[in-house]
Design a protein around this ligand. Structure first.
Ligand SMILES: [Fe+2]
Length: 442
């Protein structure tokens, strides 16, 4: 099967499931992983996404049966990717103020998914396997004979404009705005842009590069056994490999390792896995399937109720990263200020908007934009949102056609020089609260 020409894509359901899939019947060995000779003389190769000895419920690994092992490669030479920064740059003196960026312009973009990646802010240290980067990709070109692999972390991809067709070693996924893709550390992939190719515009989206523990579904506690993101709605690809021209045409493999970029020529396609089994696999998820829970009396719960995936740290309940979404939902609370309250938190919040409006910032926060509220930086609804929500009639109200999200982390984000010097930096952001006057009337 040639992934490039695959029509309707097929998927397997479940998060962290043990999948077994063959592009050619009989390619998976039976009853063992590494027989003396594998079926069809394929090469068995193991990828471990966790330590061998990780607890069983966290252990992720996949056996691949491929036409050539990944070690068959040309030599690596340095590759320049000047805008993809890794980890916190502690030399930056960052005022403890709210920050916001307008949508990054797409007009002059000439890059593929990898070269078009821009880190806006990052924390932690990839070498210590702690923290995350918050990035945006701006792309107009598909990766054709070019593939990418990231040894520094997994990538949580949140498309904001344009579909992504992602060919991976485990098969092909396609995501559109409203959906997300989770690409494990170490799995080779390439990204095609069907909409850009069809002239429907450029592609833009957000990425969380997670250096820490792998994303998983959050515990549900008193919610019970169902709700929020349900495991069955995560979709993994089925085995697919390139043959013919794709297999013999040569590839350039870009590798990110320790924050540096390298490239190597490959004679064969890296997408040569004929069959695989295991639980380390890319997945996609449609946020429309998120079962949102909120108050049906008064007040509203903490936004952690909107957690899709969480990457824990070594402190229970204090995440390396929570991926939180604010999807379409009903507001029905009585005697309640319905947007978020004013607050400052231990956790640092990087926020993006995929579509529509965010209820706390109806005017100034645009799809494709971003905001950053670090540890103990006060923020909340802007003046317009406060006035409206303080006086509106509290009918049941549907927030529709909206999707905002947060990468929330225990570690303070440091914006990159690119983000701080960008014309997209909204230097007037703080003005949105300037009109909140002292109205105290004893
Ligand atoms: Fe917040």
């Amino acid at each position: 099967m040639n992934p490039a020409s695959a029509g309707e894509l097929r998927y397997q359901s479940g998060f962290g499931n043990e999948h077994a899939t063959e592009a050619v019947a009989g390619a998976l060995p039976k009853g063992r992983n590494s027989p003396q000779r594998a079926p069809f003389d394929l090469y068995p190769e193991l990828i471990s996404g966790t330590a061998f000895t990780a607890p069983r419920h966290e252990n992720r690994r996949t056996w691949m049966y491929r036409r050539q092992p990944s070690v068959v490669s040309g030599r690596y030479a340095p590759h320049v990717q000047a805008h993809w920064a890794t980890g916190a740059d502690r030399s930056v003196a960052l005022p403890p103020e709210p920050m916001r960026w307008h949508p990054l312009p797409l007009a002059s973009v000439d890059a593929d998914f990898v070269d078009g990646m821009h880190t806006l802010a990052a924390n932690g240290d990839a070498e210590a396997q702690v923290g995350i980067g918050a990035l945006m990709y701006l792309a107009n070109r598909s990766m054709d004979r070019r593939a990418f692999v990231n040894a520094d972390g997994e990538l949580l991809v949140v498309p904001q404009q344009g579909r992504l067709r992602i060919t991976t070693e485990m098969g092909v996924l396609e995501v559109k705005p409203g959906e997300i893709a989770l690409l494990p550390r170490g799995v080779v992939f390439k990204v095609a842009l069907p909409d850009s190719e069809e002239g429907k515009g450029l592609s833009r989206g957000y990425v969380c590069e997670n250096y820490g523990a792998q994303f998983r579904l959050p515990e549900l506690g008193p919610i019970g056994s169902n709700g929020l993101a349900n495991a069955r709605d995560f979709l993994a690809p089925v085995a697919a490999f390139e043959e013919g021209e794709g297999a013999g045409g040569g590839y350039e493999l870009i590798k990110k390792s320790g924050g540096r970029f390298w490239r190597a020529p490959m004679k064969q396609s890296p997408f040569n896995v004929v069959a695989w089994h295991g639980n380390l696999t890319p997945v996609k998820y449609d946020t429309a399937n998120f079962m949102t829970i909120g108050s049906i009396s008064f007040d509203h719960p903490d936004p952690s109720i909107f957690t899709v995936l969480t990457s824990p740290s070594d402190t229970p309940g204090t995440a390396n990263c929570d991926f939180v979404i604010f999807p379409p939902r009903w507001l029905v609370m009585e005697d309640t200020f319905r947007p978020p309250w004013y607050h400052r938190n231990l956790m640092s919040e990087f926020m993006g908007l995929v579509l529509g409006e965010y209820d706390a910032k109806p005017g100034g926060f645009k799809p494709g934009g971003a905001s950053l509220h670090n540890c103990m930086v006060p923020h909340g609804p802007d003046e317009e949102a406060f006035e409206k929500a303080s006086h509106s009639t509290l009918q049941p109200q549907k927030l529709d056609n909206t999707l905002a999200f947060m990468f929330e982390s225990r570690y303070r984000f440091i914006p990159t020089p690119f983000a701080l010097q960008s014309a997209a930096l909204d230097t007037d952001y703080a003005d949105c609260w300037a009109g909140l006057k002292d109205k105290y009337q004893p």
